[in-house]
Design a protein around this ligand. Structure first.
Ligand code: HEM
Length: 425
C-alpha cells in the first residue's frame, strides 16, 4: 500500500465528529491525558506530514487540498496534545482557517474576498446557533458557566454584525447532506464548509464562553486577513501610480475592518469570571502571535518600535520583522505622498476611514478588554499569555498621528516619496 493510500485509510477511520464531541464535553486539556487518542493523532499527523513533504505528481488538486487540510488540522491537534502550553496558531487552528480562506492560494482576488466573507458569515451564524441552542435547551452538551442573558446579548450584537456583511453568500452545501463524520470526508468536502464547521473549534475546557471566544477569534482572523490582502494591493496600486485602481481596493480593505469593533462589543458581553475560567488552560496562546493582525498592523502603520521585542520573541511572526526596514512605506505614511487630484482625495478619504476602524478596534481592546477594571478581565499588572507586559504592552504602543481628511488636510507635512511600497507577501 502506498503512503497516500495508507493516509487515506487513516483519515477515513478518524471520526472527527466524535473527537470534537469529546473535546467539547471534557475540554482538550483533559482529552490530552488519553494516550490512545494522542497516539492516533501523532502517528496520523506524522504520516500526513510525510505524504505532504514527499509530494506526488499523481495527486490531483482536490486530493492535495484534502491532504493539506488534514495535515494542518492534525499538526495543530498533535501540538496541543503533546505540549504543556498551547500557542495561538494550534489553539485556534489558525493555519487550517488560513488554508480554507485561500490566503496563500493563486485564486483571483475577487474569489478570495467572497470566500473570506462567506466563511466569516458561517462563523457568525455558528456562534448565534451555538448560543441559541443553549438558550433553547437543545444543545448537544451542557457546558460550564452558561448564562442565558449573556448569550442573548451576544446574539443580538452578532445579528447586527451579520447585517453589515457586504457580500451575500449563499449556502454552499446541500442542507439534506448528512454531516460528515470522518476526517477524510470533512477535509475532502469541496466548499470548505464542512472543515469550517468541524476542524476549527476545540476548546481547552468545557466552558461555554470559551467556545464563543474561539468563534470570535476566527471571525477576527477572517477580517484581519481580508483587510490585509486589500491593504497590500492598495499599496501596490499606489506605488505603481494606479490611483483609480487603488480606490476600490482600499474600500474593500475598509469593509473588512468595519465589523471589528462591533465584534468586540459581543466579546465584552462575557463576564470576566467566565474568561478566567478558561484563560489558564490556553497556556501561552495569545493573539499577539496572530500573523494576520501583525502583518495588517505593519502594512498600515509600519512596525512600531514598542512591538519589536514581542515580534522577535514569536517564531510565527518572522515575516513581520522583514517589514521593519526604512525601504518599506506603510499605507498611512503613503498618504503623505498623494497629490490633490479628485481620485487621490477619494483614496485618502477611504484610508482615513480604514485608519478609524483599526484605531477604534485597538482602543476598545486596550481599554475595554485588556484594561477593563472592576471587575477586570485580568488581575492588575498581570502579564499577557503571550509573554508581554499585557495591558502595559498594548497601552505603550504609539501609532503615527491619526489621519484626517477635510479635502486637503494631511497628518504631517508631505515628504518626497522615495521608498518602496513593495511588500514581501
Ligand atoms: C476578554 C478578552 C481579551 C483580553 C482580556 C485580551 C487581552 C490581551 C492582552 C493582555 C494582550 C497582550 C499580549 C499578550 O498576551 O501578551 C492581547 C493582545 C492581542 N489580542 Fe487580546 N484580549 C482579549 C480578546 C481578544 C480577542 C477575541 C481577539 C481576537 C483575535 C484579540 C486579539 C488580540 C491581538 C491581535 C493582540 C495583539 C495586539 C498587538 O500586538 O498589537 N484579543 N490581548
Amino acid at each position: 500500500m502506498s503512503a497516500v493510500q495508507e493516509l487515506m485509510r487513516g483519515l477515513a477511520k478518524f471520526d472527527v465528529l466524535a473527537y470534537g464531541g469529546e473535546a467539547h464535553r471534557v475540554g482538550r486539556q483533559e482529552l490530552a491525558r488519553d494516550e490512545s487518542i494522542k497516539d492516533t493523532i501523532s502517528s496520523l499527523s506524522a504520516l500526513a506530514a510525510d505524504v505532504s513533504n514527499t509530494g506526488s505528481v499523481e495527486i490531483d488538486r482536490p486530493t492535495y487540498n484534502l491532504i493539506e487540510v488534514s495535515r494542518l488540522f492534525l499538526e495543530a491537534q498533535d501540538y496541543i496534545m503533546a505540549q504543556e502550553k498551547p500557542r495561538y496558531e494550534p489553539y485556534a487552528a489558525a493555519l487550517v482557517l488560513r488554508h480554507i480562506l485561500g490566503i496563500d492560494g493563486s485564486h483571483d482576488l475577487a474569489v478570495t474576498r467572497r470566500k473570506i466573507w462567506s466563511v466569516f458569515e458561517q462563523k457568525v451564524k455558528e456562534q448565534i446557533a451555538f448560543d441559541s441552542a443553549a438558550i433553547a435547551g437543545t444543545a448537544d452538551q451542557e457546558k460550564v458557566g452558561f448564562c442565558p442573558q449573556v448569550a442573548r446579548a451576544r446574539c443580538e450584537i452578532l445579528q447586527t454584525v451579520r447585517q453589515i456583511i457586504p457580500v451575500r453568500t449563499e449556502l454552499r452545501v446541500c442542507p439534506s447532506r448528512p454531516v460528515d463524520r470522518s476526517l477524510l470526508d470533512v477535509a475532502g468536502e469541496s466548499t470548505g464548509t464542512s472543515a469550517v464547521r468541524s476542524l476549527l473549534v476545540f476548546p481547552q475546557t468545557s466552558c461555554h464562553d470559551e467556545v464563543s471566544f474561539l468563534h470570535a477569534i476566527h471571525m477576527s482572523e477572517c477580517l484581519f486577513w481580508g483587510s490585509l490582502l486589500f491593504v497590500q494591493r492598495t499599496l501596490a496600486a499606489l506605488h505603481s501610480g494606479q490611483i483609480a485602481l487603488a480606490l476600490p481596493l482600499v474600500i474593500m480593505a475598509s469593509e473588512f475592518a468595519a465589523p471589528l469593533v462591533k465584534l468586540f462589543h459581543s466579546v465584552r458581553k462575557m463576564p470576566p469570571e467566565h474568561f478566567l475560567g478558561f484563560r489558564d488552560a490556553t497556556g501561552e496562546a495569545s493573539a499577539v502571535q496572530s500573523l494576520s493582525w501583525q502583518l495588517l498592523d505593519a502594512h498600515m502603520y509600519g512596525v512600531i518600535p514598542e512591538k519589536t521585542e514581542a515580534l522577535s520573541a514569536a517564531p510565527e511572526l518572522r515575516r513581520v520583522l522583514l517589514l521593519a526596514t526604512p525601504s518599506f512605506v506603510p499605507l498611512v505614511e503613503m498618504m503623505q505622498h498623494l497629490g490633490g487630484s479628485a481620485a487621490e482625495e477619494a483614496v485618502h478619504e477611504r484610508v482615513v476611514e480604514l485608519d478609524h476602524h483599526l484605531r477604534g478596534w485597538r482602543k476598545f481592546h486596550e481599554k475595554q478588554l485588556a484594561g477593563r477594571k472592576d471587575p477586570g478581565y485580568l488581575p492588575p499588572d498581570a502579564p499577557g499569555t503571550g509573554g508581554t507586559a499585557g495591558y502595559g504592552y498594548l497601552a505603550s504602543q504609539t501609532l503615527p498621528p491619526a489621519l484626517r481628511f477635510d479635502g486637503c488636510t494631511q497628518a504631517t507635512p508631505p515628504k518626497k516619496a522615495s521608498r518602496s511600497a513593495a511588500t514581501p507577501h
